[in-house]
Design a protein. Structure first.
Length: 318
């Protein structure tokens, strides 16, 4: 096995490292052809000790991940020389041709950013609202209609949770009249609905959030949020916009100090979530209008793999 490149990654690459931050290293390695012939190639390996965390990608597998828009691999292509702990002529050749590896399929970046954004914060807030509505309604007469509950107490519930609203629904029939409703996380329940029915529906919603969101709600109840996830969501979305519009990623991040403020939880939570949501929307638009090619240059990738003696899976270029 030959090391092609070793990159100081993670917070050290982003410019967000603080005292005690992990030392993350990502490497690309090349196996001899005999390893492919004897099926002794592992696409990705991961080792960790008290000093550093090292992830290694087999060279062809790395190229495949780049074409899929995998954020950590794309970041390696744009890491400055100051963060390259080791480099070889093979890596320098890839860097000289990295634009041929890029394409408009940046959904991997968008998806990763969305996962980070919703990992604890968004879903946690929404789950708290669902749980609060269930708790409130379970204290009421289960056979009663929602409209029989005091409107003042409903208003108080809405005041405490932004995802619970008093609203109305237009009933399109002969009368075309509006009926009062309670909206919980986008789901509307008429004031004429039976409370037991609403509780059953909300129980199903609660179950759909899963264990990760439940962990989030516990963090939010204790006044905590996963600020690190928020920081990564904004960072990754901004990197995706750069890649889609300029064909590059700026590293370390130019707003690293701002990102550290997010991670340290010293900014307003709702403001940060609005900024993340807005940036994700900009990312979707940037991907849609990007001038990057629809596909990576598979002729280059194929020739490069053959030249370097790699086992090239023909079906991936079809």
């Amino acid at each position: 096995m030959k090391n092609i490149v070793s990159v100081l990654h993670g917070s050290n690459l982003y410019g967000t490292a603080v005292e005690g931050s992990d030392r993350d290293i990502k490497e690309v390695v090349q196996f001899p052809l005999t390893s492919f012939l004897t099926f002794k190639v592992t696409p990705t390996t991961h080792t960790q000790d008290s000093i550093q965390d090292i992830e290694r990608f087999e060279l062809y597998h790395f190229l495949d991940l780049v074409t899929q828009g995998t954020s950590p691999c794309l970041e390696m292509l744009f890491a400055p020389k100051s963060h390259q702990l080791l480099s070889t002529p093979i890596w320098e050749e890839l860097l000289a041709n990295r634009k041929l590896l890029l394409n408009r399929k940046l959904q991997g970046i968008a998806r990763y950013a969305q996962v980070q954004a919703s990992k604890y914060s968004i879903k946690g807030d929404r789950l708290l609202a669902v749980q609060a509505a269930i708790s409130f309604l379970e204290d009421q007469d289960q056979n009663a209609k929602l409209g029989e509950v005091s409107l003042n107490t409903l208003d108080l519930l809405c005041t405490e949770h932004k995802h619970i609203l008093r609203t109305s629904v237009l009933i399109t029939n002969e009368t075309n009249r509006e009926l009062g409703a309670l909206e919980v996380c986008g789901r509307k329940f008429l004031l004429t609905n039976q409370i037991s029915y609403i509780v059953d529906c909300l129980r199903k919603v609660e179950a759909n959030y899963g264990s990760r969101a439940k962990t989030a709600s516990q963090l939010r109840k204790s006044g905590k949020a996963d600020w690190k996830a928020c920081m990564h969501a904004l960072r990754i979305a901004e990197q995706g916009i750069e890649l889609a519009t300029m064909g590059e990623i700026i590293l370390p991040r130019p707003n690293a100090e701002y990102l550290k403020c997010i991670r340290n939880g010293i900014l307003d939570f709702n403001q940060i979530m609005e900024e993340i949501t807005s940036t994700l929307e900009k990312l979707d638009n940037a991907i849609e209008i990007s001038s990057l090619p629809e596909e990576s240059d598979w002729d280059f990738i194929k020739d490069f793999c053959i030249k370097k003696g790699l086992d090239y899976p023909k079906d991936l270029a079809e």
